[in-house]
Design a protein around this ligand. Structure first.
Ligand code: ATP
Ligand code: MG
Length: 140
């Protein structure tokens, strides 16, 4: 299987509980390599732009408020079949539906405060990586 890239966010509920290392370890143990990483405070404009596909959903306003409620860690991950591999270790959106051993089952607080984001396709991964990283920030 080909080595590909995906985009990850460690969300404010996880950074607030000092889980950046614990979440990253689960990503690494799943066969993903962090090839770029930075801790940022998202602006409202950034969060609205990033989640624009959800702008008609009833939870959009709350989601933007949550994603700007504290620092996040944005990461580029690389590995074999990275998008699917990352989605598998993340677990279902709602932690009560997530499998044992996944990040969301282990750490998520709620369907909204669910600790991590991961791209859902290679195409979206490329767009999301470009949204947060300059080429020279991805060092391998
Ligand atoms: P992500 O895009 O963050 O990786 P996902 O692909 O599993 O998660 P999406 O359906 O894309 O889930 O929703 C994006 C995010 O919006 C979710 O991760 C969660 O934080 C929030 N969200 C989704 N559904 C709900 C809901 N019903 N109520 C509140 N928040 C929600
Ligand atoms: Mg999604």
């Amino acid at each position: 299987m080909a080595v590909t890239r995906t985009f990850s966010i460690i969300k404010p509920d996880a950074t607030r509980r000092n889980l950046t290392g614990a979440v990253t370890k689960m990503l690494e143990d799943a066969g993903l390599r962090v090839i770029a990483s930075k801790r940022i405070q998202m602006t409202r404009e950034q969060a609205e732009g990033f989640y624009a596909v959800h702008k008609e959903r009833p939870f959009f306003g709350d989601l933007v408020t949550f994603m700007t409620s504290g620092p996040v860690v944005v990461q580029v991950l690389e590995g074999e079949d990275a998008v699917a591999r990352n989605r598998k270790v993340m677990g279902a959106t709602n932690p009560s539906d997530a499998e044992e051993g996944t990040i969301r089952k282990t750490y998520a607080e709620s369907i909204e405060a669910n600790s991590v984001h991961g791209s859902d396709s290679e195409e979206n991964a490329a767009t999301e990586i470009d949204f947060f990283f300059d080429k020279d920030e991805i060092v391998g």
